[in-house]
Design a protein around this ligand. Structure first.
Ligand SMILES: [Zn+2]
Length: 80
């Protein structure tokens, strides 16, 4: 009886560990798919580009396709 309860507890711990690691993967994927679009020149940049936080880069896209669909073209410097 005592041993069975311990096994259930161990299984619950593994489920929590699994869920936490899955959340970490999802979070890191979201972190790499942010683009800023320059509303004036209609050019979008990826994170790390020197123009990423420019004064007219106010449009935010969660993925590359939505930026292209909105009429923006990729920057020649950062090549998003
Ligand atoms: Zn750029």
């Amino acid at each position: 009886m005592q041993k069975r309860r311990w096994i259930v507890t161990e299984a619950a711990v593994w489920v929590v560990v699994l869920l936490l690691s899955m959340q970490a993967v999802i979070a890191s994927e979201n972190g790499t798919t942010v683009y800023h679009g320059n509303t004036k020149s209609k050019i979008f940049h990826q994170e790390g580009c020197r123009y990423f936080n420019c004064s007219t880069c106010k449009a935010v896209f969660s993925n590359r396709q939505s930026a292209v669909d909105s009429g923006y073209r990729p920057c020649r410097v950062c090549k998003p």
